[in-house]
Design a protein around this ligand. Structure first.
Ligand SMILES: Cc1ncc(COP(=O)(O)O)c(C=O)c1O
Length: 341
């Protein structure tokens, strides 16, 4: 159940962290036509933080770009898969702020640009695609690009994968305070908040923020890449690093890190059941989930509630982190489900 104590983040330790206002926030919390017994599914509509920059990344970018500008940088460099939402959001933010942008992406170069990659290219970002690069290799390549740019007299700022570092985390610590305030105002009884874990920053920020606001609610992360076991130590380390960096007076215990498996066939690989769920969810609620993060998360959470591995004693709040452009590259498989309806 959400605590009724008022969140107290009026003058937080990170108040002086440079920030640029980019996101259309606060985003609403809406109810939808989906429930489990007496408990409703509520949705925190972070898919509405903007149109082309929509999703969770913009909240992190407010602080990351603030930091880049404070360091007088003129070019953002980041990385991800070819359909990375984070890369797309960074590219468009860079354009809006008059900064250069280089994206280091991995995966196959498509014959026809689509989804996030199409939007990134339209923003004028320089896109370098490396077919087989893994996470570490992408990080190394970003630093090589940064060296190259420095040699040309430019001032690059490297943003870690997914924007999940101690600066980016601030966006979701604030979002937790925003949620606490909204639940208090609406007098809504929420027992669990659920969100995708992709690079970890959204989950870590929400958990730290919920603790800072003394919210009596489980923060459940759905691991859409890897497993809960592989994520637990990484999140522990990331949370500790963030708490230390901002000198936060907060205790986050190991038991607070509450994770459910959601990768299914693997990162960005959709099962027929997941795509059917996404299609059905749009058909019942009018809310669109993406195949890589939000669709897998809600599909896994729904199963966990139904099989009893997650127990609710109040409504559940799903943080919709965006990603709608990821539906389009899946159009052929989605067409099959739609034609079967
Ligand atoms: C649409 C969407 N939802 C959720 C996530 C996961 O957020 P995080 O990377 O902060 O774990 C991402 C990115 O990884 C994303 O693009």
């Amino acid at each position: 159940m959400s605590s009724m104590s008022k969140p107290n983040l009026n003058n937080p330790p990170w108040a002086s962290a440079p920030r640029v206002a980019l996101a259309r926030i606060p985003t609403p919390i809406e109810s939808c036509k989906y429930q489990w017994g007496p408990y409703q599914l509520l949705i925190k509509r972070d898919d509405l933080t903007d149109c082309p920059i929509s999703g969770n990344k913009i909240r992190k970018l407010e602080y990351l770009v603030g930091d880049a500008l404070a360091q007088n940088c003129d070019t953002l460099i980041t990385c991800g898969g070819v359909q990375s939402n984070h890369a797309r959001a960074t590219a468009i933010v860079a354009r809006r702020m008059g900064l250069g942008c280089v994206l280091v992406l991995s995966g196959e170069t498509p014959d026809v640009l689509d989804g996030n990659l199409l939007l990134s290219k339209m923003s004028g970002a320089e896109v370098r695609i490396y077919p087989d690069a893994n996470g570490d290799q992408r990080a190394e390549r970003m630093h090589r690009v940064a060296d190259e740019l420095r040699e040309q007299g430019r001032r690059p700022y490297v943003i870690t994968s997914g924007g999940s570092d101690e600066v980016g985390v601030l966006g979701y610590i604030n979002a937790a305070a925003e949620i606490a305030e909204q639940l208090l105002e609406d007098r809504t009884r929420v027992s669990a908040i659920v969100v995708a874990v992709g690079s970890g920053g959204t989950y870590a920020g929400l958990l730290i923020g919920a603790k800072l606001c003394a919210m009596d609610v489980k923060i459940i992360g759905a691991t859409v890449d890897g497993t809960p076991e592989s994520w637990r130590p990484k999140l522990r380390e990331y949370i500790d690093r963030s708490v230390n960096r901002w000198q936060l007076n907060v205790q986050v215990g190991d038991d607070d890190i509450d994770l459910i498996p959601a990768a299914g066939r693997g990162y960005a690989l959709s099962s027929g059941d997941e795509l059917k769920f996404i299609t059905g969810f749009a058909g019942t609620t009018g809310v669109y989930l993406d195949p890589v993060y939000t669709g897998k998360t809600l599909f896994a959470f729904d199963r966990a509630v139904k099989d009893g591995s997650v127990k609710l004693d109040g409504d559940a709040l799903f943080v919709h982190t965006g990603g709608v452009f990821g539906l389009f590259p899946q159009r052929e498989r989605l067409n099959q489900f739609i034609s079967q309806l």
